[in-house]
Design a protein around this ligand. Structure first.
Ligand code: ADP
Ligand code: MG
Length: 667
């Protein structure tokens, strides 16, 4: 019988109590235990003489027990001690609380003790957290992710038991051509070694195999979702002549993007495309052409933006460009209920061709007559579920998602494996690179002077302060605005924009800024995404060290959007050298992709995305930041497999694993 996938309580050594703890760790079968991967390892094979260890250091000492001392049971935590020696120095081996561990020690025997060296008056103590006899088989011991009530030792016993079952029941799903080509060890060896490595080399080999598998399933799963869902769309559009919508000439990258998108729209399979381009590369123009094309094809287009400011901006742009050729509406929180209902009715009746809005677009009450194209701007701001909600409003509509968050290529391959990607790798040709300065608060006055110069040239400026709800030590944006408008910039028009303002007011301020009725916009990061005012040529960012580099790049992208030279001033009084270096590096880089790589190096993928969802399941073994090589290898491997066997009919065992992963992707 199949024991590996039966309930965890059937495993030897798992009683009712243990079962409860294991389930807390999401371990429900012996199989799950195999993939409960150690968090780290304790290495008993590298011992040090006590004389070489500094007080306070973690270390492993080969310790011979001279004599066990009588325990102190009156202390808050029971203290167990033994007199021990490493051959040269004698010391007290001290154990807090673990009576059981203490009882395993025998006078005269030798052990490896792992812990922290400390000093208590004139006595040297080794506060031991882990002790194993020197006869122990595995000198590199796993440390598991735990929950209260479990110890790594307990888990080890259970894992060993599962491994024993696996030896009989688990077969390797990976074809030998692949293990040979990519130099992978077999599955059983990998599992055995990831839990109980005999050496670090062995551990590395095991990790490589398991990470390879995980990344391969992920990529196969993504490709599967992309090609095998069998959807067809009702909107197989016909090619049309494209007029010149803009006063400027499109860049070649924009032209290519439009060509790729329109080709997609002429197929009966729904488009699923990511349009990625650095800030200011002109993605909106591409979206406008896509929308125009779809309007000619007689379908409705929904364009969703993450903020009202951005939705309104798009609405205005689209009205200017396409107002005569299409009926366009704006659906945001700005409308009254009555207005909303009227608009919703017209959407339902098919009276509007292009519907622009925020999250309002996918509410239950919104129905479309013939939604054929869904466009999402700044898509990383939307969760996977929100994307799906909007898409479900049509019958397999085409999808275009746009993002200025430059995902490093390798990461993009993983995250957007289910999307086709078009990259705009070119800025409009009249752009002059933005000049960036990273300075301390001492130079603030000078920066103000610099801003004044720009204002006197009839340009506009942004001053960005961190959000108002943050702690007091940060410059509160409200006070800051007061300070500027009554002080240095009293002869200029200074206005405030922050997230807590009512939507109408935000909109009014933004419109005024756009119409050049405001000289300086003091703002929180609400201006971060998408805002487009080409006449603004300088942005000053206070407490710049609080932002990630990619976010700084987004903020900086608010300027340099026209043909005039633009500037960015970063102010930070953070004295930490790495922080200063980070800002210095940033001030020399202008390419969003390079900056993203830098950011990823500094912060890792979790922080890189912050709270934003990217729909990727949590990986157990692989690390998308550091396993770049494996990502590339698995990408190739996935392609090879699917070319020959697109439905994985010849790779049944593999398919089972891939399905497991796709289930995680969808959940
Ligand atoms: P983003 O890619 O950041 O969304 P936008 O689409 O907002 O960029 O475009 C930034 C600015 O550049 C806008 O003012 C837009 O009108 C302008 N723009 C777009 N394409 C071109 C082009 N080919 N030549 C000159 N200006 C352009
Ligand atoms: Mg944009």
């Amino acid at each position: 019988m199949n024991k590996l996938f039966s309930s965890i309580d059937t495993l030897n050594g798992v009683g009712i109590k243990r079962e409860k703890f294991l389930r807390k760790l999401d371990v429900n079968t012996p199989y799950d235990l195999l993939y409960h991967i150690p968090r780290s390892y304790i290495d008993y094979s590298h011992t040090q003489p006590v004389f070489d260890i500094k007080i306070g250091e973690n270390c492993c000492v080969r310790s011979k027990i001279i004599r066990k001392l009588s325990p102190n049971l009156t202390a808050k935590i029971e203290i167990y001690k033994a007199l021990a020696t490493d051959g040269e120095a004698s010391f007290e081996l001290t154990i807090f609380g673990h009576k059981y561990l203490f009882e395993t020690l025998t006078d005269g025997e030798e052990y490896y003790a792992y812990g922290k060296l400390s000093q208590y008056y004139d006595k040297i103590q080794l506060i031991a957290a882990h002790i194993v006899p020197i006869t122990a088989e595995n000198l590199i011991q796993p440390v598991y992710p735990l929950t209260n009530g479990l110890t790594s030792n307990m888990l080890q016993t259970n894992v060993r038991e599962s491994l024993n079952i696996a030896k009989n029941e688990l077969s390797d799903y990976m074809p030998t051509e692949i293990t040979e080509k990519y130099e992978l060890c077999d599955l059983m060896t990998a599992l055995q070694n990831v839990h109980f490595p005999v050496s670090y080399d062995g551990l590395e080999i095991a990790r490589k195999r398991l990470a390879f598998d995980e990344l391969l399933f992920l990529q196969l799963g993504m490709q599967f979702l992309k090609y095998n869902n069998g959807e067809t769309t009702d909107f197989e559009l016909k090619p049309v002549d494209m007029p010149n919508l803009f006063p400027f000439e499109l860049t070649n990258a924009q032209k290519n993007a439009i060509a790729e998108i329109t080709a997609d729209l002429c197929r009966n399979i729904p488009m699923n495309r990511l349009l990625q381009g650095d800030v200011g590369s002109g993605k909106t123009a591409v979206a406008a052409y896509a929308a125009y094309f779809a309007v000619q094809g007689k379908c409705q287009i929904a364009l969703m933006a993450p903020t009202t400011i951005l939705a309104t901006q798009h609405y205005n742009t689209f009205c200017d460009l396409l107002g005569k050729k299409a009926k366009i509406c704006l659906l945001t929180a700005l409308l009254s209920t009555k207005e909303k209902n009227a608009v919703k009715n017209q959407i339902k009746n098919g009276e509007f061709d292009i519907i622009i809005g925020t999250h309002a677009l996918f509410q239950k009450s919104v129905e479309y007559q013939k939604l054929g194209l869904v466009i999402m701007d700044e898509q990383h701001r939307f969760g996977v579920a929100q994307r799906a909600a909007l898409i479900s409003k049509g019958n397999a509509p085409h999808r275009l998602v746009m993002s200025a968050t430059p995902i490093p290529r390798t990461l993009g391959l993983v995250i957007y494996g289910d999307l086709d990607i078009t990259i705009i790798n070119e800025l409009p040709k009249d752009r002059i690179p933005i000049e960036t300065f990273a300075v301390t608060g001492k130079l603030r006055e000078r920066a103000f002077g610099f801003i004044k110069k720009q204002l006197n040239l009839k340009h506009q400026a942004y001053v960005v302060c961190p959000a108002i709800e943050e702690s007091e030590e940060l410059n509160s944006v409200v006070e800051y605005c007061e300070m500027l408008s009554h002080g240095y910039f009293r002869n200029y028009r200074v206005s405030l924009l922050h997230g807590k303002l009512p939507a109408e007011q935000k909109d009014a301020v933004m419109t005024a800024f756009k119409n050049n009725e405001i000289d300086i916009l003091v703002a929180t990061t609400v201006v971060e995404v998408g805002v487009d005012v080409p006449n603004a040529t300088i942005i000053m960012i206070e407490n710049a060290d609080r932002f990630g580099l990619s976010q700084l790049h987004q903020l900086r992208g608010r300027v340099g959007r026209g043909k005039d030279k633009s500037y960015c001033v970063l102010i930070s009084d953070n004295p930490v050298e790495e922080v200063r270096d980070r800002l210095k590096i940033f001030s020399k880089l202008n390419d969003g992709f390079q900056i993203a790589e830098e950011d990823l190096k500094n912060r890792g993928p979790g922080d890189f995305f912050g709270k934003e969802q990217h729909g990727l399941p949590k990986l157990k073994i692989a690390d998308i930041a550091s396993d770049m090589e494996l990502i590339n290898a698995t990408q190739t491997c996935a392609k090879e497999i699917l070319e020959d066997d697109p439905k994985l009919e010849k790779h049944h065992a593999l398919k089972v694993e891939v399905m497991r992963m796709t289930a995680r992707l969808k959940s």
